[in-house]
Design a protein around this ligand. Structure first.
Ligand SMILES: Cc1ncc(C[n+]2csc(CCO)c2C)c(N)n1
Length: 231
């Protein structure tokens, strides 16, 4: 499949292109979901966004744990630094967004604290933290990068095409802007390059397992959006 190790080939398939392409139909479902379309045109019901935010706050807490594993597993300071920068965004600006949005939407602290993670949230959190930490039997840098890449790339892929949308709800505009900034797009490209570098020399069996992991997380990203509709 990948010819990237053959120097005589003029065209090569990036490993991360393979991850995305082999995740269909879930990739298209996750990146063009009605949740993101309605977010962009302002027709997403408040109660759907509130359900999503409460679940996503659980998810982001698990994601921060997964990034911590990636920081630990990274090969050197130059790779730890962007991951640590991302962890800082997650635990500061991103965290502030959730608390501000809960306040704006009238979701009191007891509600977001006491609403348990849904089965879909539990499944995606286990896939992310398990994949990155070894609880799912892997726990190496390529696995950690693969789950992080999926989580971030799906969001860039839905947000960038709707970056100019101006829904009337300020929290919808902010949620789009957060995922369409040059900084975030640059971070996703770095994740792709680093995942390519970490995975392209691995044997076929390991690569197959990484493709399956990326595909599973992509499927769960689509299910996570659907879950917010209560269907
Ligand atoms: C289920 C789910 N999957 C992925 C993301 C994406 N994401 C999580 S943290 C972060 C950093 C951006 O500031 C981004 C893009 C999400 N929010 N929820």
């Amino acid at each position: 499949m990948s010819s990237s190790n053959n120097e005589n080939e003029l065209t090569t398939t990036r490993f991360t292109d393979r991850l995305r392409d082999e995740s269909e139909p879930f990739w298209t479902q996750a990146t063009t979901h009605r949740f993101t379309r309605q977010l962009a045109d302002g027709t997403l019901p408040d109660e759907v966004f509130i359900r999503y935010l409460i679940q996503d706050y659980h998810y982001v807490d698990c994601l921060a744990q997964a990034v911590g594993f990636a920081v630990a597993l990274a090969p050197d300071m130059a790779t730890r630094r962007p991951l640590a920068g991302f962890l800082s965004v997650l635990t500061n600006a991103e965290n502030d967004f959730f608390l501000k949005s809960f306040a704006r939407l009238g979701v009191d602290e007891a509600t977001w604290r006491n609403t348990p993670p849904s089965p879909v949230t539990q499944a995606i959190s286990e896939a992310i933290v398990g994949g990155a930490s070894g609880h799912a039997g892997s726990g190496q840098y390529p696995e950690a990068m693969t789950v992080l890449l999926c989580s971030e790339w799906v969001y860039q892929a839905w947000a960038e095409p709707v970056a100019d949308a101006q829904p009337p709800q300020p929290q919808y505009r902010e949620w789009i802007e957060l995922h369409a900034t040059a900084e975030f797009i640059g971070f996703v490209e770095w994740l792709r390059e680093e995942t390519d570098r970490a995975c392209e020399g691995l044997d076929a069996e390991r690569q197959e397992a990484l493709v399956a992991l990326f595909r599973k997380v992509t499927e769960l990203e689509a299910a996570f959006f659907e879950d917010a509709f209560g269907s």
